[in-house]
Design a protein around this ligand. Structure first.
Ligand code: PLP
Length: 438
């Protein structure tokens, strides 16, 4: 079976004339033949330029928590922007969003940002200003955005470049990063208690922060081992290091209170973005009073012309109100559980070794191994090529995960039981097809 992609290909050719590689973010480039041009979305579905419909599990890399074009959010935004879009003054909408974030997550204070990148960049600055130290620990396979400090040993790194577990190498992800930047980051394997303890004990006096995705939202949703987040918390406490939870993917998705609620561990700073605005650009840094109050005008910089813009802030106000007052995450969890277990059963029946990772609103699976992955290195032992072939067979049939197995499947409130049933039927066919061709 094959889709008609005539218009999509013609539009993509045109895109390449004006936009480098035809995409406005490198992660969207799937090659000249496979990169789609999408014209609209509604609920849990999107359509390409040829009118092919897909049940969407990419959800724009995770932000869509309610559904595409979700009417109550769109209406609140439309109503708000009729009265202006940007004032560079505090607005009642900003106060409403901050108050809701405080109530839902338990942080003391909130500053808004526009993107996850901005949020993690500012969070690291706040941590440095608070501690007077410069270095930070992150974990391999985590992605914290596109600023220079964090573009080392992310989920896009080649495992061969990471060095040994005993002495991991900071693998630089991009040209164009000044040489000296690598000096500030220390990458360690996720879930490695011994390596973490040893590193913190030897270098705590240099460490401003430990930044962690509480579950690996950029490496198939690998989960923290029992006690892992508590261990990080303990070490941060003991050595006065700022613990930053990067909840850009988990925030307002795995629970209203995000990973702090699910795992029962509190951070000093938390970065939010994605689900906060159901697809509108908005992000936030939340945190403990004492740490957040270092953002003192004239002393520690947190600024941005578009911060608090009416469009994103109205979207966040509407999204958070819906999350607070309706059983959104419970419903997503229920449907996600059906999907996770259904996919697992089909893979079992087909005799394909696999391990399903993550939580129902945001999960992944690794093929070619039954070992529970503890870190990015273990993820890389799976069969990424097989995953990609399976994903492409699904996309061909109208079910849209990201073809890259590191990117989780995301669910939203608009996925119905029928969508899940259709996905499982398509998945079964795609598995058979891929097995036949292997
Ligand atoms: C955990 C995490 N942090 C930060 C970011 C960067 O967010 P943005 O793309 O909005 O800059 C991402 C993006 O995927 C992310 O997954």
């Amino acid at each position: 079976m094959s889709r008609n992609l005539t218009h999509t290909w013609a539009l993509f050719e045109k895109a390449k004339r004006f936009i480098p590689y035809g995409v406005n973010s490198n992660f969207r480039y799937w090659g000249d033949r496979d990169t789609l041009v999408v014209t609209r979305g509604e609920g849990a579905h999107i359509w390409d330029a040829d009118g092919n419909r897909y049940i969407d599990y990419r959800l724009g890399f995770g932000p869509i928590i309610l559904g595409h074009g979700y009417p109550p959010v769109v209406e609140r935004v439309a109503e708000a922007i009729r009265q202006g879009t940007l004032f560079a003054f505090t607005t009642p909408l900003e106060i409403e969003v901050a108050e809701r974030i405080v109530r839902m997550t338990g942080v003391d204070k909130v500053r808004l940002c526009n993107t996850g990148t901005e949020a993690t960049m500012h969070a690291l600055r706040i941590a440095r200003a608070y501690t007077g130290r410069e270095r930070f620990i992150k974990f391999e396979g985590q992605y914290h955005g596109a600023h220079d400090y964090v573009l080392f040993s992310t989920a896009s790194s080649l495992p061969a470049g990471l060095g040994s577990r005993r002495s991991p190498i900071n693998m630089q992800l991009s040209s164009g990063i000044p040489e000296g930047i690598r000096h500030y980051v220390i990458n360690l394997p996720f879930n490695d208690f011994e390596r973490l303890e040893e590193t913190v004990e030897a270098r705590w006096h240099e460490l401003a922060a430990i930044i962690v995705e509480p579950m690996l939202g950029n490496s198939a949703g690998i989960m923290p081992r029992p006690g892992w987040l508590e261990k990080i918390r303990q070490l941060c406490e003991r050595y006065r290091i700022v613990l930053i939870f990067d909840e850009v993917k988990t925030g307002f998705r795995i629970a209203n209170g995000g990973a702090q609620e699910v795992f029962g561990v509190r951070a000093d700073l938390v970065t939010y973005a994605k689900a906060l605005g159901n697809g509108f650009p908005i992000a936030a840094i939340g945190g403990r009073e004492e740490v957040m109050m270092v953002i003192e005008p004239g002393h520690v910089i947190h600024v941005g012309t578009y911060i608090g813009n009416v469009t994103g802030t109205a979207a966040a106000a509407a999204t958070l109100e819906i999350l607070e007052t309706q059983p959104i995450i419970e419903t997503i969890n229920r449907r996600g559980r059906l999907l996770m277990s259904g996919l697992g059963e089909i893979l079992n029946e087909a005799g394909i070794p696999h391990f399903v990772t993550g939580l129902p609103p945001m999960f992944g699976f690794i093929l070619g191994t039954e070992e529970e992955p503890a870190d990015f290195r273990a993820y890389c032992r799976g069969d990424g090529d097989l995953y990609e072939r399976l994903a492409m067979a699904l996309i061909e049939r109208g079910v849209m995960p990201d073809p890259d197995g590191r990117e989780p499947w995301f669910l939203c409130y608009s996925h119905t039981d029928e969508d899940i049933a259709e996905t499982l039927t398509v998945f079964e066919k795609a598995v058979k097809d891929v097995k036949r061709k292997t």
